[in-house]
Design a protein around this ligand. Structure first.
Ligand SMILES: Cc1ncc(COP(=O)(O)O)c(C=O)c1O
Length: 430
């Protein structure tokens, strides 16, 4: 019954508003105040899911991963060590090597080299874990009593600042480089960063949460050139690799710092020592399903089609003189806005004359209102970023069901929305 329900959900997904349109507190108004005393039928529960839960969902799912997730929930293993379910540990070892090979991670990150991979819940957990490993690596050398000397680095920190820290007796510990930042998918220059880090013995973690998956194409692999100088690398397979949450893949070149002494001697991995939590689910199943069910060629095809669709949207934006692409589009996210054209700024000055907004704030406010109207349409869902004082609208493609026609619809929604917003400025309408 549930499988039919999910199948119907995906069949009808285009009928729902993309962004949930409910108001805060909507669910409390329709669900009972206390738990039921007696069992309820599956039909009744599913009716409530359809009527009350589905309207409160923003629809951006992908299909393949949940099949593995269903099995994982069905088995309900608690695979903290090898013996608790050998298949869970061993499949994770294998799948992490498969994925590592697919994105051409150096062998030093793989079990088939001297490294290894683990599936964590999220990137934040993975970073906390590697930070702990970096700390232990240094403290093993300098003694735990020196913990207060450790410093973290911001990317903006210059060589001279790092040298000054070292001269002052401090120990630079950890640097996190990002390949595909959350806001605008910017890419840090990995090789030079690793070169500097190496001089000071700094642990480099590469956060490729979103963009790491794109390295399955040869033409995108250059974004992680230099990774051989890093200590750890992570990507979220639940972001742009069709696995369901939670599926953050973390590799380390020297996982001994993720292990404890007891497990070092064993020929098996006890993943409880490679993560913050003790218990863990059978996460590798969903990744295994995704890789097997799509196959490498199809996965490349899907990701490439997302990139192509983003490029199409980028071209549509660039071809309309009222809009501009604000930040470079490296992957499948386009950051754009209505341009601050002099004729529009003149009108906005009048519109916001009592609000004491600078010109920059006026155009930002205009774009913020535009995004709100786009999302209220229920036909498309976009997000926003504010960077360097610029408010931009973010358009992303990345779901398995997205097709070119959806991109065209999304752009049409933008056009209709801007037309309505500009109708008071008739001279600006096409
Ligand atoms: C580059 C990057 N790092 C980290 C994160 C946080 O990921 P998680 O929610 O898995 O902790 C994101 C989320 O969007 C991201 O884009």
């Amino acid at each position: 019954m549930i499988i039919d329900f999910i199948a119907d959900y995906y069949k009808n997904v285009e009928k729902y508003p993309v962004r949930s349109q409910v108001e805060p507190g909507y669910l409390q108004k329709v669900l009972p105040e206390s738990a039921p005393n007696n069992p309820e039928s599956m039909e009744t529960i599913l009716q409530d899911v359809q009527q009350h839960i589905v309207p409160g969902i923003t629809h951006c799912g992908s299909i393949a991963g949940f099949l593995g997730e269903m099995l994982s929930s069905g088995f309900n293993i608690v695979g903290f060590n090898w013996i608790s379910s050998p298949a869970a540990t061993e499949l994770e070892n294998i799948v992490m090597d498969w994925l590592g090979q697919m994105i051409k991670l150096p062998k030093s990150f793989l079990f088939s080299g001297n490294g290894g991979g683990v599936i964590q819940g999220t990137t934040c957990e993975a970073i906390l874990c590697t930070l702990t490993a970096a700390r232990d690596r240094v403290l093993n050398k300098i003694g735990r009593e020196n913990i207060s000397k450790l410093v973290l680095l911001r990317l903006s920190e210059s060589m001279s600042r790092i040298s000054a820290d070292v001269e002052a007796g401090l120990i630079p510990l950890f640097l996190c480089a990002t390949i595909g930042t959350t806001a605008i998918t910017a890419v840090d220059p990995l090789k030079p960063l690793c070169d500097v880090a190496k001089q000071f013995g700094i642990w480099v973690h590469v956060d490729a949460a979103y963009a790491g998956s794109a390295c399955i194409f040869p033409e995108f692999r250059h974004f992680i050139d230099g990774v051989e100088g890093a200590d750890s690398f992570s990507l979220n397979a639940h972001k742009w690799f069709f696995a369901t949450l939670d599926c953050c893949c973390l590799w380390a070149t020297n996982p001994e710092y993720l292990k404890n002494k007891a497990t070092e001697s064993k020929p098996v991995v006890d993943y409880k020592d490679w993560q913050i939590t003790l218990s863990r689910s059978f996460r590798s199943l969903k990744l295994w399903f995704v890789i097997r069910n799509y196959g490498m060629e199809n996965l490349r095809h899907f990701l490439r089609s997302h990139v192509n669709m983003a490029r199409l949207f980028e071209r549509l934006v660039s071809g309309d003189k009222r809009f501009e692409v604000v930040f470079p589009c490296h992957f499948a996210v386009v950051c754009f806005r209505v341009s601050p054209l002099p004729v529009l700024m003149d009108k906005l000055k009048t519109k916001y004359e009592n609000c004491l907004l600078s010109e920059e704030e006026q155009i930002n406010e205009f774009n913020r209102e535009l995004l709100e109207s786009i999302n209220a349409s229920g036909k498309a869902y976009m997000t926003n970023v504010v960077l360097g004082g610029i408010y931009a609208i973010r358009f992303a493609t990345g779901a398995t069901l997205t097709e070119e026609r959806h991109v065209v619809v999304a752009w049409t929604v933008v056009l209709i929305t801007i037309k309505i917003k500009l109708k008071i400025f008739l001279s600006l309408v096409l």
